[in-house]
Ligand binder design. Structure first.
Ligand SMILES: C[S@@+](CC[C@H](N)C(=O)[O-])C[C@H]1O[C@@H](n2cnc3c(N)ncnc32)[C@H](O)[C@@H]1O
Length: 218
């Protein structure tokens, strides 16, 4: 069954009608996008045989099967320029995601990237910033005891100037202050305060600042 996380990611694909799902695994995101969001074409990409086979099995049961190209390949290497208006990379770590983008971003700068990294969000945001990719929107959801942050990124049309705090917490998340974002920070703060060691002091101060200070600047 498809997770709320993947359902939410699928809802961010429109108005794009063509999609590449990098690390598609079971293929459920592609199915959701065809069924609910009028997708017209998809490339299902995975670098391992078994997951791609499972995507093939699942998608084969649907009428849109002929509109899906299955690719056993690494990251964006086999995706043709202009083949997908939206590119989703979800459910992997931020470092691996950054490696995938480093190798393949240039050819796909016109695409809308929907990125959900499980960890190392700072490294991912920093890479996007250095690559002149704007963080156009950021969403946060909570499922099965986990917070997931989703970044929608596009090539920047004007110079970007993200601060270190933006890269740590997310430029849009810290501006919009969604209740889930605040809850996540409060929980992190409590965890760090319980640890109480000197080496988390800086983290504690940074989180406090997000939560309680600088609010007049917004
Ligand atoms: C944890 S699953 C996530 C599946 C789905 N995207 C989701 O969010 O639920 C990660 C998938 O990415 C694939 N993967 C890992 N590295 C990859 C790469 N460099 N290129 C393509 N697929 C990759 C794995 O084989 C696996 O199927």
């Amino acid at each position: 069954m498809i997770s709320e996380r993947l359902k939410f990611i699928a809802s961010l694909i429109p108005p794009a009608k063509t999609l590449a799902d990098v690390g598609c695994d079971h293929g459920l995101l592609i199915i959701e996008a065809f069924e609910k969001y009028g997708l017209e074409y998809a490339v299902a990409i995975d670098n391992k045989e078994q997951p791609l086979k499972s995507a093939h099995e699942n998608i084969k049961k649907h009428p849109f099967f002929p509109k899906v190209r299955f690719s056993l390949s690494d990251g964006l290497a086999d995706l043709k320029e202009g083949e997908a208006e939206a590119i989703v990379i979800a459910g992997i770590g931020g470092i691996l995601m950054t490696e995938i983008l480093k190798k393949g971003l240039e050819r796909h700068r016109k695409a809308k990237f929907i990125l959900q990294a499980n960890r190392n969000l700072f490294e991912l945001r920093k890479f996007l910033y250095d690559a002149r990719m704007e963080i156009a929107s950021e969403k946060i959801i909570f499922e099965d005891g986990q917070y997931y942050e989703i970044i929608v990124s596009r090539a920047a049309r004007k110079p970007l100037n993200y601060t270190e705090e933006d890269l740590i917490f997310g430029p849009v998340l810290r501006r919009e202050r969604h209740p889930l974002f605040i809850r996540k920070l409060e929980e992190e703060l409590k965890r760090y305060q319980e640890i109480g060691y000197e080496n988390v002091r800086e983290k504690i101060e940074r989180i406090k600042e997000q939560l309680y200070e600088n609010q007049n600047d917004r």
